[in-house]
Design a protein around this ligand. Structure first.
Ligand SMILES: [Zn+2]
Length: 346
């Protein structure tokens, strides 16, 4: 997730309670909410519950590959691992390739969004996305000497992918009138110490959707970013709540979580985040919200783990992945995705 996310708060001026980079989250997001896991899992009732442990294993496998910035060896290995995973579930994996200039070096870099269509025959579709590249360097590390160190992006990178990889198991035989595309976005933060562009993958995807319209239309988009935090507390993101077409989506998802007893989805608007949902919504016209816990854990008074070497699997948990995955699964089962209503034009 990009540094640009702090834009609005920078304008407003940070305060101890709303600057995500310092201090701590509001007290209520630090609760130990283990008791809600069983509620979340039980709500899937007749179906298999979302397996947070298996999602967490995916998260650790991705982190074990090491840093995975766009164009790197780690990214190549990750792409192969994920391709094998989704193909193993019976899906055909598509790659949307493009190039962009390296911000520091005199050369082009290859990028590739991964698209995994589930029930590709259905023309009304829902887009579930996460970025799968990791930031090249942990440039917010509290120790200056560590800022060119190793960044594996357990929460910022692997967590959203891990939830979607596990969710895809449940969606192979999904019985709703709409199809679903899992979209893994490349080039979300190909940024070197604030040099470079954010959102390369989502902007490319959105522009292609407008320029070369596919036969299907996306009714909704949901972006997962930083959803693995062991101390999970997901507030409603301000952009997602500011647009009428995505506000109803956010409210629907948070109401789903409330019904399930998943209190980590906190129905309160908090941070404003620049993220991949902006291009998908503003360029492609796909109403897309961002589900993000921007208050990555930090002991009170200490710096966030965000964009530091400390963004490692031990800061994430299977329970958190299970809660997010269970809410997404339940929302998909109940979402209003009218096959007969005209989907929004891009
Ligand atoms: Zn990031």
């Amino acid at each position: 997730m990009p540094c640009g996310t702090l834009l609005a708060q920078d304008v407003r001026g940070p305060s101890p309670s709303n600057d995500p980079t310092v201090g701590g989250p509001p007290e209520h997001s630090l609760r130990n909410l283990d008791d809600s896991v069983s509620i979340a899992v039980a709500s899937t009732k007749t179906d298999r519950p979302f397996d947070g442990q298996r999602a967490f294993e995916m998260l650790t496998r991705l982190c074990d590959l090491g840093p995975r910035p766009s164009g790197s060896e780690g990214m190549t290995r990750q792409r192969a691992l994920l391709k094998e995973h989704f193909e193993g579930l019976g899906s055909v994996v598509q790659f949307q390739e493009f190039t962009a200039r390296h911000p520091l070096l005199d050369r082009d870099v290859g990028f590739s969004n991964m698209v995994v269509p589930l029930h590709p025959d259905r023309n009304v579709r829902v887009l579930l996305c996460a970025h799968y590249d990791t930031r090249p360097y942990p440039d917010r590390d509290p120790i200056p000497g560590g800022r060119r160190g190793r960044f594996v992006g357990a929460n910022d990178g692997a967590s959203g992918v891990a939830v979607l990889a596990e969710l895809a198991r449940h969606l192979q035989d999904f019985d709703r009138p709409f199809g679903i595309d899992v979209l893994l976005l490349d080039g979300e933060e190909f940024v070197f110490f604030e040099r470079g562009k954010y959102f390369l993958g989502s902007e490319y995807f959105a522009k292609e959707y407008v320029k070369n319209p596919p036969p299907h239309r996306y009714r909704w988009g949901v972006l997962l970013d930083m959803v693995g935090d062991a101390k999970l507390g997901i507030f409603q993101e301000r952009h997602s709540m500011s647009w009428p077409d995505t506000r109803i989506l956010v409210q629907d998802i948070w109401q789903t979580a409330t019904r399930m007893g998943v209190r980590e989805f906190i129905p309160q608007v908090e941070y404003e985040v620049q993220d991949d949902h902006l291009a998908l919504r503003n360029i492609a016209g796909i109403p897309t919200c961002d589900i993000i816990d921007f208050y990555y854990p930090r002991p009170i008074g200490h710096q966030s783990y965000w964009h530091t070497r400390a963004d490692t699997p031990d800061k994430c948990s299977p329970d958190s992945l299970a809660k997010v995955g269970s809410v997404m699964l339940e929302w998909l089962k109940t979402a209003s995705v009218e096959a007969n209503s005209p989907p929004p034009a891009p």
